[in-house]
Each structure stands twice: as C-alpha cells, then as structure tokens.
Design a protein around this ligand. Structure first.
Ligand code: UDX
Length: 450
C-alpha cells in the first residue's frame, strides 16, 4: 500500500521504516528540508539503535523515500500518517498547532477515500477536531480520520514496533478499519493482538497506558524511600510484588524519577484533561509533583552529605534520561546538575551518547570523553543513567581517579560490597549500605517504629 508519513522525527522515522519493512511503499515528508537532505544521505537526526541501518535497507529496497513536496507525498496515498510534534503547552495541555496545521496542509492533496491516521500523541477529541478541520478545508467528507497511538520506547523502538504487546487502532468507520487491517496484515497474520476500538478510546488508551506505567515508577520510588528508612532492599520488594501476575515485574525499577519526552508530558496532559473535563486525576497530579520533588531530593542528598566539602567536584555519569538514547529531555541530570552547581559544587560529566544534546541545557560543566577521566579529582561520583558501560565500571580504577570516596549509584547498577572493597562509600537507591544493615538490628527497628 502507498502510505505517506508527515513528520520525520523519532516516531515518524521509526514508523515509516517499519511500515516499509512490512512491505508498504512509504513516502516521508518533513517541513525541515535540511533534515530531509541529511536523511537521503543516510544521516539521522537522532540516535536509535538499528534505525540508521533499517532506514538504509528500506531505501535500498525502494520502499522508503523522503520528499519535501507535500503534494507528491500525499497525493496517491491510501493512508496518511500524522507524526508531527505535539509539545506541552504552558498549563500542561497539549499544543495542537502543528498537527492542526499539518491536517490543513494535506487537505487539498488527499485522494478520495484516504485515511488520515493520527500517530502523534494527542488529547482526547483530537480526531474529531481534525475531521472538522479537513472537511472545512476540503469542502468534502470523502476521507476518514483514525487514531493509531504509538507505544515505542526510545532505545528499543524498532523491536517495539515489530513485536508489540498490542496494536491499538481507533476507527469510527468500516473503511478505516479495512485500510488499517491491510496495513498491519503481516502482523495480524503473525498473531500480534490488534485492538480495534473507537478513536476516542484509542486516544484515551495512549494516555492511560503511559500514566499507569509512570505511576508504577512513582510507586516503587516511594517504596525505595521507605526501604532506606526501614532497612529493606527495593529490588527485592520489586521482585516480590512483580511475581504477582496482576502487578507484573516491568517498570518497577527505582531510580532518579522518570524523564524523557513522553512520561512527563503525557502525565501533565492527562492531568490537564482530567481537570478540564471535571474528572480530576488526583493520583497523576500527585505523581507529577512527587517525580519533580524526587530529583530535587536526590540533588539535596548529594549536596548535604557532610563528607563532601562545598567547592568539591561532583562527577555525573549519565545525562540521558535513560540508557540507549541520546535524548536528555526532562532527564534527572537537567535538574540535579544545576542544583549541584547552585550549591557550590563543580561538575564534571560523561555520557556515552547524550553529551552533545546536553551542552545546550547544561552550562559550566566539564565534559569528558571517558568515565574515568570524568572521575578525576572528584569528591563524589553520581550515576544517573543506567548505561551498560557504567554497570561494568572498574571500581578500583574509579576509586584511584577520585579525590574523595562518595559513590551515589542512583540506578543501583553496582555492587555495594565491591564498592566498599575498593574504599568507596556507596549510596544506592532503596538499598541500605551493608554496614548499615548489620547495625540495623531488631532493637533499632523497634525503636524506629516506636
Ligand atoms: C515511554 C513509553 O514506555 C512508551 O510506551 C511511550 O510510547 C513513550 O514513552 P520512553 O520515553 O522511551 O517510552 O521511555 P521508558 O523506557 O518508558 O522510560 C521512561 C522513564 O522512566 C525513563 O526516565 C526511565 O529511566 C524511567 N524508568 C522506566 C524508571 O525509572 N524505572 C522503570 O522501571 C522504568
């Protein structure tokens, strides 16, 4: 099938490439002409494992093209996917300017019977709005609008697209259902669960899914706080509750709070939608505040450590919001680093992929190409991103490079015992230090609980 994709960002590029892999002929358009030129030369605007190779293969197979002509892109496409940005507005609402503009722009070129498929994350009611916008611009209703939200995680987007837990398709007419079934036919034949529902439900499913996952993270982070006071180990608690199939083990890793381009924005939008419909999402409102506070609390945990003199150097390992991405949007580092600087510390930092993106947001940081170099002279080292490179750090070498001995492992990547064996004072998340545990006998526990 001929498919057009409006938007060559993270979602648009991944979706285009995967649809091409499914056998469709995909034409991808973006308003950024430089981006298109770079793409035709094989240069991607972002780092996503496997994507550059997959784009090149799809182009070699003649299944994927990039074009700056909206008319060429849209004219003979049975389905036109919209994957343009939907940023956060000031009150947490979603700014629909770009997607509404895109809908207006494609209107004259749509072939009769075309299905406009909303891939961008949009608030409930957007499909209905776009339907009106296109009908007005086109003076006809010979088209459909459907919702097909994405559940792609950065770092594993190709795998998430090709082998998803489910595909959610929001359609309000039989024609759209038939076209989208044809698009996903190879996956349907492979047994991937498809959920066909109305567009309103599909729009709500996207936000409810992300809000629920973010809640799991917020919950386990609060449990981690309790473990630190009560002497538990949050990893054991997560494993213990995760074995209950009703709970599930995923998204129960405690850390410095969720970040990225989706969870913070989507939880804010979900809360905003709840407020505007008079159905407040109080759990999500609390979660948003807890997640922000968490980053500040961890910055405070570092800066208030009495063994770390003001003016000392703190090394931050990991500025990406999570591993396997160069994305720093709403990463813990963007809050923690400025707070450390404000408290009078000098900051050195390293990240395997995200340093270039971080320089625009973090100032006065000494960037280093290697983690050990970054740790030179540091009074404290703070791990903020769960890169595999950091899991395998040589702690003897790290300890030797440092001036002090404090190791804040906010992703629980390292062994507290190994850290201690190398003379480092280890502070993890929701896991007491071995020495503290030994001291934490029954009498202490009884005293603590009164
Ligand atoms: C997320 C959703 O998973 C995806 O379905 C959606 O379409 C887009 O948003 P992504 O933003 O790529 O994907 O990241 P994800 O892997 O979900 O992690 C989000 C944040 O939560 C990261 O900061 C991560 O470090 C944190 N996280 C995740 C935890 O702190 N603990 C966990 O157990 C899982």
């Amino acid at each position: 099938m001929k498919i057009s994709m409006i938007g060559a960002g993270y979602v648009g590029l991944t979706t285009s490439t995967c649809l091409a892999q499914l056998g469709h002929e995909v034409s991808c358009h973006d308003v950024d002409e430089d981006r298109l030129v770079n793409l035709t030369k094989g240069r991607l605007p972002l780092f996503e494992p496997g994507l550059a190779g997959a784009v090149a293969a799809a182009r070699r197979a003649g299944k994927l093209e990039f074009t700056s002509s909206l008319q060429d892109c849209v004219a003979d496409a049975q389905a036109v996917f919209l994957a343009v940005g939907t940023p956060s507005g000031p009150g947490g609402d979603i700014d629909l300017t770009d997607i509404e503009h895109a809908a207006r722009q494609i209107s004259p070129y749509l072939m009769s019977g075309a299905v406009v498929v909303v891939k961008s994350t949009v608030v409930v009611g957007t499909c209905t709005r776009l339907r009106k916008i296109i009908a007005t611009a086109r003076r006809s209703t010979d088209f459909s609008v459907a919702s097909n939200p994405e559940f792609l995680r950065e770092g594993s987007a190709l795998q998430d697209f090709m082998c998803p837990d489910r595909v959610v398709i929001g359609v309000d007419d039989g024609h759209s259902q038939a076209v989208l079934s044809d698009i996903y036919r190879p996956m349907i034949d492979d047994g991937v669960p498809m959920m066909f529902t109305g567009s309103t439900n599909a729009e709500l499913i996207k936000y409810a899914a992300n809000a629920f996952l973010a809640l799991k993270i917020g919950f386990i982070n609060d449990v981690a706080n309790l473990c630190e006071k009560a002497g538990g180990d949050v990893s054991a608690i997560a494993a213990g509750i995760g074995l209950d199939r009703r709970i599930g083990a995923a998204f129960l890793t405690a850390g410095p709070g969720y970040g990225g381009s989706c969870f913070p924005k989507d939880t804010r939008a979900f809360a905003h939608t709840g407020r505007s419909y008079g159905a407040p999402q109080l759990l999500i409102e609390a979660l948003i505040a807890r997640n922000e506070d968490r980053k500040l609390m961890l910055a405070q945990r570092i800066s208030s450590d009495r063994s770390l003199p003001r003016g000392a150097t703190v090394t931050v390992l990991g500025v990406a919001f999570k591993a396997n991405t160069d994305d720093v949007r709403e990463s813990a580092a963007l809050t923690i680093v400025p707070n450390l600087q404000k408290a009078g510390f000098k900051v050195r930092a390293h990240d395997p992929k995200a340093m270039a993106n971080a320089t625009a947001h973090l100032h006065g940081v000494h960037w280093c190409e290697c983690p050990y170099q970054a740790c030179e002279g540091a009074g404290a080292v703070v791990i903020l991103t769960e890169w595999e490179d950091y899991r395998g750090l040589d702690l003897a070498r790290l300890a030797q490079a440092m001036h002090g001995s404090l190791l804040f492992d906010f992703r629980n990547l390292l062994s507290p015992d190994e850290a201690a064996a190398n003379g480092l004072r280890y502070v993890g998340i929701g896991r007491p230090v071995a020495a503290d545990l030994a001291r934490f006998d029954v009498a202490d526990r009884l005293a603590a609980t009164g």
